[in-house]
Design a protein around this ligand. Structure first.
Ligand SMILES: Cc1cc2nc3c(=O)[nH]c(=O)nc-3n(C[C@H](O)[C@H](O)[C@H](O)COP(=O)(O)O)c2cc1C
Length: 362
């Protein structure tokens, strides 16, 4: 297959960081950091997806005990956790990647060897609960007007910038989302207010999520609703939400964004930039049935939740590699393929709910 120059693979300078391409690994919660500690398989996961000059944003990482909301998500508030992140960061740096840690909740921040941090102000978590008027019912200086509702977010951003420099701080926003019942009656005003304030603080990048993506005749329709935000923001703009190779190229060549973050595709295709380069085929992501997901969430059985995580976070290659002694998995040795079409190895594991075999091919 012949490599072709495409907009997604053109270089880009983001402040102090020289990116060799524009395919960003979106933050993806994986629920595999037992005791909130990133383990060996976490290192494997991120180094598999690292590339020379490629930006990787790590999964949402709690910076205090009270920040945690999901089982087995990582932390970065104890010395032990910081030490555990070090080999993960080193693995990405060894491959020449630029690595940001997405933090949620509030508090002190240091980069701990990461190149920067992304502050999670999206998807209905703590900071967004302040920002959006469907849930913020405060009557003090953190509630009411858009200025008041954004105050907390901006204080967190300011405090982080003071600590590590605004040229190492990214912010993720989702003004149009309605996650965890958190929505706003005027998402445009909210987003623009945040962006203007972030400009004043010199924030390095704004990563923004498209409104819900719909499929029409099996083809993803990107809403392309973020242009006014992109135009207003002075730093690097990153979009995410349903992008594929074609849409990513289009968004960059038309100046709709600087960089494109890929979530599910990066999970299932660790060598995603290479596959884009070669226009190779892609592994499809597997989503569990909705009923199964609900069952898992309602269950208090941690094994079920873990299985749920395995299904949802379909990067089985990493998991199977790590759990090579587990009875229901077999050892695989995965290397992203130079040809971009690794399609050789077959991995299977048992579906705990209906005992059917499911497979991912690589
Ligand atoms: C399994 C999974 C975990 C996610 N975890 C996070 C997260 O920790 N932080 C975050 O900001 N977004 C998270 N997201 C959202 C993704 O970063 C991304 O915005 C979303 O998947 C849409 O992009 P895609 O269509 O390329 O997957 C997650 C999405 C998925 C599917």
């Amino acid at each position: 297959m012949e490599a072709k120059a495409i907009p997604l693979l053109s270089p880009y300078t983001m402040g102090r960081f020289r990116l060799s391409h524009r395919v960003v690994h979106a933050p993806l919660t994986r629920s595999r950091c037992y005791n909130s500690l990133p383990q060996e398989h976490v290192s494997l996961y991120y180094s598999q997806r690292a590339s020379e000059g490629g930006l990787i944003i790590a999964e949402a990482t709690g910076i205090s005990e009270t920040a945690q909301g999901y089982p087995n998500t990582p932390g970065i508030w104890t010395r032990e956790q910081v030490e555990a992140w070090k080999p993960v960061v080193e693995g990405v740096h060894r491959k020449g990647g630029v690595f940001f840690c997405q933090i949620w909740h509030v508090g002190r921040a240091s980069t701990y060897g990461f190149d920067g941090v992304e502050i999670h102000c999206a998807f209905g978590y703590l900071i967004e609960q302040f920002m959006k008027d469907s849930v913020n019912d405060r009557t003090d200086k953190y509630g009411g007007s858009v200025e008041n509702r954004c105050r907390f977010a901006l204080e967190v951003i300011q405090a982080t910038a003071d600590e590590i420099g605004s040229d190492r701080v990214g912010v993720r926003l989702s003004p149009y989302s309605n996650c965890l019942d958190c929505w706003d009656s005027d998402p445009d005003a909210l987003g623009l207010y945040m962006i203007q304030a972030m400009n004043k603080l010199g924030v390095l990048y704004c990563s923004m999520v498209e409104p819900e993506v719909v499929k029409v005749e099996d083809k993803v329709q990107i809403p392309y609703k973020l242009l006014h935000f992109r135009k207003a923001f002075a730093g690097t703009f990153i979009v995410a939400g349903g992008y594929n190779r074609e849409e990513g190229n289009k968004a960059i060549s038309e100046g709709y964004t600087d960089l494109v973050a890929y979530g599910k595709w990066f999970l299932a295709n660790p060598d995603l930039p290479k596959r884009f380069e070669l226009n190779a085929s892609f592994e499809q992501v597997l989503l569990p049935d909705v009923t199964v997901m609900i069952q898992a969430f309602c269950s208090e059985d941690s094994d079920v939740l873990l299985c749920f995580a395995r299904f949802l976070f379909y990067d089985l290659v990493t998991l199977v590699h790590w759990e090579q002694n587990a009875a229901d998995c077999r050892e695989v040795d995965y290397e992203p393929s130079d040809s971009g079409n690794a399609g050789k190895e077959k991995i299977s594991a048992r579906d705990p709910w209906n005992s059917k075999e499911f497979c991912l091919r690589f």
